[in-house]
Design a protein around this ligand. Sequence first.
Ligand code: NDP
Length: 396
Amino acid sequence: MARVLIIGAGGVGQVVAHKCAQVPEVFSDICLASRTEAKCKKIAAQLSRPIETAGVDADNVPELVALIRRFRPDVVINVALPYQDLHIMDACLETGVHYVDTANYEPPDVAHFEYKWQWDYQARFKERGIMALLGSGFDPGVTNVFTAWAKKKHFDTIEELDIIDANAGDHGMPFATNFNPEINIREVTANGKFYCDGAFVETKPMEISKVYDFPAGIGPKKIYLLWHEELESLARFLKPHGLKAARFWMTFSDNYLKHLEVLQNVGMTRIDPVMYNGHEVIPLQFLKALLPDPASLGPLTKGKTCIGCLIKGTKDGKPRRYYVYNICDHQEAYREVQSQAISYTTGVPAMIGAMMVATGTWKGTGVFNMEDFDPEPFMQKLNIHGLPWTEQFLEG
Ligand code: NDP
């Protein structure tokens, strides 16, 4: 039985709180803490059993340390924003508590989407005898576990990895993002990048696209090549096993791209400060204040997400193509946890990652990515906790 501290009460934090509350045999005590405690209390009121709530500024390490010392968690799940990662890791180091997150640390002023800063904590976590599990969402997260599963079960060599993420849902709003708008827009306006023959190759944003025919009635959709942080750790993981290419793809509607282009052209997606009426304003943060709160999209969104890994390689000397994916329905997710599927597909793996750590199923000291552990117990839990997966061997 473990005590879990969840930090961040946004779309993902809400799902994590629901899913942890559903497994009292693992998480005996839950505290949900965030900058605005009222949001934690609102979520707590939806749950089937009582949890504690707290207000905390996760950029303030002494405040975090005091909260951790008071609640005494066995594991901290960080589902605040990527800017808080290092502060929460510092507080975990000071108090000797395991750490789980769903997104790499981002410096506020430049978009990077890389693990460098968090990998630098390796020696300190090891020395302290605790573990940090990085990127336990869907992508990164489940996509890393899918890849490790494919490598363990179905391939001797892996030459190509394509991670393909479709949100075929519709919220009916002219323009909205499915998770934190600032992080989402930073991600899609950054240059693309993919792994090819031992090096990372950069592209212009949205420069490469193609049509992919998705399963489960979703059908053909245009997908765009993006940089996504899991390619960094997965390229490292698969290099010794013959990897030649690794890419990440995501669907965007023409409507979303049209709005984004205009916003970019007028400077609203900039992340550097500009002076307005004697005050510094960061345009993207101001834009976030204008856009719909992703949590408000829950009751509006219909349709499905499909996220999976398409893998090419060999088994017993023969070529093989394999596809493993999850389908998640926005409305079903909403009925269960009052959130749409994007928050659901992130929050469920965050809970399962914390469960792996809290139960000692995944054990170690230091900083880990998801593919560093045996994928089997995690794959089992996905089927039990709301994200069942399907695998197919493809022709040709
Ligand atoms: P939201 O913006 O909805 O929620 C973020 C929450 O963090 C808010 O409750 C916010 O508080 C809180 N917060 C922000 N700053 C602080 C701070 N300094 N101290 C305490 N709390 C703070 O984001 P999401 O729920 O959509 O996303 C959460 C995380 O999940 C992000 O890191 C995102 O990148 C990641 N993610 C990962 C995915 C994956 O598949 N791996 C997919 C989608 C998201 P307040 O309400 O007061 O603003």
